[in-house]
Ligand binder design. Structure first.
Ligand SMILES: CC(=O)N[C@H]1[C@@H](OP(=O)(O)OP(=O)(O)OC[C@H]2O[C@@H](n3ccc(=O)[nH]c3=O)[C@H](O)[C@@H]2O)O[C@H](CO)[C@@H](O)[C@@H]1O
Ligand SMILES: C=C(OP(=O)(O)O)C(=O)O
Length: 435
């Protein structure tokens, strides 16, 4: 496992361009399985999760070519049905959460698929009922092979119907949508996740020949077609990386411009950082974060302590709460961070407490941060990254801390941030990668 050695206290200056979005990449790469024709995807981030998914598709028999640094071509004309039964397939699926989204396309195209519990962050229970309950409504049969912990789905024929999701699951919506576009008849998905990445997937599917109405809303109406064609698709910038850079700039009192952020797809993210007192200026489609010595957390209008909590889109993404929590440790004022969706994502605060931050972990979902402003600087420390977003948050903490820090298990960061050490060092950070 690799580690980062970070020398804290360096301010960053300059411009940084966000990578293509990890969570969109995982959806649209799976969508390439829906057609025998070539699908070209641009702006693909060079990160562990995406590379693992590409490796999985290659092993399945998909013809894959890297056309240039961030552009890939996929042709799923000859998928090997036997490989999908092998241990190697199961092991590869288990490396990432996104692998669950091969179910919809493979079931719709080949009538059967078996997958293990997917990998991804260990941030609490991550059930898949929404995926399987919905796909069963389309007519698939589900058998859970307890001994091998495999979900086995089969269907002679899928048939469109009305489906009300029990929760607006992002990967669940994507999976069902990908099955529905090749399913006979009309499928209505209500309580669909409607974040920009699902919207992007829908637009891509329409370019491939699918009929989808209600794109961008939580009610999608799909009229199934018998085949889809190839297409070209470009990923949006990664909103979680953009948010991470905003937080990093604030914590290190840096002056940075985040280029080409696709402002209309950031939703409530810039405003949420503003509530922590951070100046986030829109300049065309860039975000400028000026160097700030101090920032003060707002209170609610009635004077009570601010709460920042996650909610399905257009609410605030849960993937940025760890970053916001770290940012609050250096602010003036108090905030309650309420992580509603995941139950084990806040445990990393013990490391921040060891660094000197004042945080009360109220329960697995809530932490109160008492910002210390400039009265105290975090101390550098040795720590291990438990998950992707805790990882980037600890990196931000280490960059602002006094002295040296070491972060182990940085695979967790590499899962979602492309060459983060190299890109941040170009702006003035001092991060060394050791194998
Ligand atoms: C590969 C990928 O795209 N991963 C993202 C995707 O995961 P993923 O699609 O796995 O997450 P889901 O949207 O299914 O749900 C995430 C968690 O939130 C809970 N939940 C969800 C919806 C809801 O209305 N109420 C509710 O409580 C679920 O029970 C679950 O514990 O969406 C999550 C929520 O934005 C993000 O954190 C992940 O980064
Ligand atoms: C939770 C995340 O990823 P995954 O769903 O892939 O585990 C994340 O990106 O923050």
């Amino acid at each position: 496992m690799s580690s980062f050695i970070i020398e804290g206290g360096h301010r960053l200056k300059g411009e940084i361009t966000p990578q293509g979005a990890k969570n969109e990449a995982l959806q649209v790469i799976c969508a390439a399985l829906l057609t025998e024709e070539e699908v070209i995807i641009e702006n693909v981030p060079d990160i562990l999760d995406v590379n693992n998914l590409i490796r999985l598709l290659m092993a399945m028999g998909v013809e894959v070519h890297k056309l240039n640094k961030n552009t890939w071509s996929f042709k799923a004309a000859n998928i090997n049905p036997e490989y999908i039964q092998t241990e190697d397939f199961i092991d590869k699926c288990a490396t990432l959460r996104g692998s669950i989204m091969i179910i919809g396309p493979l079931l719709a195209r080949f009538g059967r698929v078996s997958v293990p519990k997917p990998g991804g962050d260990k941030i609490g229970r991550r059930r898949l009922d929404t995926h399987f309950n919905a796909i069963q409504k389309l007519g698939a049969e589900l058998v859970f092979d307890e001994k091998n912990q495999l979900f086995c789905l089969s269907a002679d024929k899928l048939k469109g119907c009305y489906i009300l999701l029990d929760e607006a699951s992002v990967t669940g919506t994507a999976n069902l949508l990908m099955a529905a576009v090749l399913t006979e008849g009309e499928t209505i998905i209500y309580n669909a996740a409607c974040e920009p990445y699902v919207e992007q997937l829908s637009k891509m599917l329409v370019r491939m020949g699918a009929h989808i109405e209600g794109i961008g809303s939580n009610r999608l109406t799909i009229k199934g077609v018998s085949r889809l064609s190839g297409c070209r698709h470009r990923l949006l910038p990664d909103m979680i990386e953009i948010g991470s850079f905003i937080g990093m700039a604030a914590m290190t009192a840096s002056d940075i411009t985040i280029k080409d952020v696709s402002m209309q797809n950031l939703g409530i993210i810039p405003e949420s950082f503003r509530r922590l007192g951070i100046i986030v200026e829109q300049q065309g489609d860039d975000l400028y974060i000026p160097s700030q010595e101090n920032y003060t957390i707002e209170s609610f209008i009635d004077g009570s302590i601010l709460t920042i909590s996650d909610a399905p889109w257009p609410g605030l993404t849960p993937d940025l709460l760890s970053v916001m929590l770290v940012v609050a440790t250096k602010a003036e004022g108090c905030v309650l961070i309420h992580q509603k969706m995941f139950e084990s994502r806040l445990f990393f605060v013990d490391k921040l407490i060891d660094m000197g931050a004042q945080i009360i972990l109220c329960d697995p979902h809530r932490a109160t941060v008492i910002g210390l402003g400039n009265r105290f600087r975090l101390r550098g420390m040795t720590m291990t990254s438990p998950d992707i977003r805790a990882g980037i948050s600890l990196l931000i903490a280490a960059m602002s801390a006094e002295g040296k820090s070491i972060i182990h298990n940085i695979d967790q960061i590499d899962r979602g941030y492309e060459n983060i050490d190299i890109r941040l060092n170009q702006l003035g950070a001092k991060i060394e990668r050791i194998k």
